[in-house]
Design a protein around this ligand. Structure first.
Ligand code: SAM
Length: 287
């Protein structure tokens, strides 16, 4: 992650849920389940949540599905482990993990793919998702904000207050080519302990919707974009795995038409994501 101190992200993981207390994960899971059903997933679909973070989606998904979570941050998984103590959580990179099994659904949400450094990394990641899906399996990716909607020079303030804990986060957005660069300043105040200041810069890859769709096609999906996603400017990418799928990126081919899905409204939210971004472990580890 450009210019930031990775160790600070580890320190901030315990505050991830607090700063994202506005997010309605239960509602997102309801919508995801309905979407994947429409795309042919079975009612108790096996579900792999990649970049699962602190396990907020897994907490609700696990009630109706066998679930596995993957994330590259040990600190985030530590929080997830407390939330979903009995489900498999794997410390691994989304580009390279290998679970030696396939699922009915793979999700990758809250713009985690925006952390990838290049288009070829995104293609590699989508091909890896295809590798972990059964034939006809469904992928749902919530991309980072569309380049046309990204507003450099914007300030965004978020605040969390709960007994004993106050967090203020001020973010400033910049753009360099196809990279977003968001400077975050966190003030974390804890009763009886004082206030700490963290400064984190998060660099994201700005990819247009058509680029994501093309990469998903090349990875072996029949994709479509739903503009009515969870957050303004991001939407949702959904795709059905075509054929048995080797999981290898496919050559460019003629674009395949997909049937539009009905969408529903998901409430307007500010578009900043929270930054946890971590180093990539050398080998996967079962937790
Ligand atoms: C904004 S958080 C989203 C977490 C969760 N999906 C949610 O909705 O709350 C992004 C997550 O992506 C993870 N991440 C970033 N790069 C990754 C990579 N290369 N492989 C796997 N996980 C990664 C981070 O550790 C972090 O937990």
């Amino acid at each position: 992650m450009g210019g930031s101190d990775v160790s600070q992200f580890y320190e901030l993981a315990p505050y991830y849920d607090a700063i994202n207390d506005w997010k309605d994960y239960r509602r997102e899971v309801d919508r995801l389940e309905s979407l994947v059903r429409q795309l042919g997933a079975p009612p108790r679909a096996s579900w792999l949540d990649v970049a699962c973070g602190t396990g907020r989606h897994l907490e609700f998904l696990r009630r109706r599905h066998p679930v596995v979570g993957v994330d590259a941050s040990r600190a985030m998984l530590r929080v997830a482990r407390r939330r979903v103590p009995r489900d498999p959580l794997v410390l691994a990179d989304m580009r390279t993990f290998r679970l030696d099994r396939q699922f009915d659904v793979v999700t990758c949400l809250f713009s985690a793919v925006g952390h990838l450094g290049s288009k070829s990394d995104v293609l590699r990641t989508y091909a890896n998702f295809a590798r972990h899906l059964n034939p006809g399996g469904v992928v749902v990716v919530e991309p980072w904000i569309d380049p046309s909607r990204f507003r450099p020079g914007t300030l965004h303030l978020r605040r969390h207050e709960s007994p004993g804990l106050t967090i203020v986060r001020l973010a400033f957005s910049e753009r360099r080519g196809n990279r977003s660069r968001i400077q975050y300043h966190f003030l974390v105040g804890r009763t009886g302990r004082g206030i700490r200041h963290y400064r984190v810069t998060d660099v994201g890859l700005l990819l247009a919707r058509r680029e994501h769709l093309e990469l998903l096609r090349r990875a072996g999906f029949r994709p479509q974009f739903l503009s009515d996603g969870f957050l303004p400017g991001r939407g949702l990418l959904v795709g059905v795995k075509t054929g048995a799928g080797s999981g290898r990126p496919r050559d460019r081919g003629p674009s395949q038409r997909s049937q539009p899905l009905p969408t529903d409204s998901a409430g307007a939210r500010p578009f900043w994501r929270t930054p946890p971004r971590t180093g990539v472990p050398r080998r996967r580890r079962r937790r």
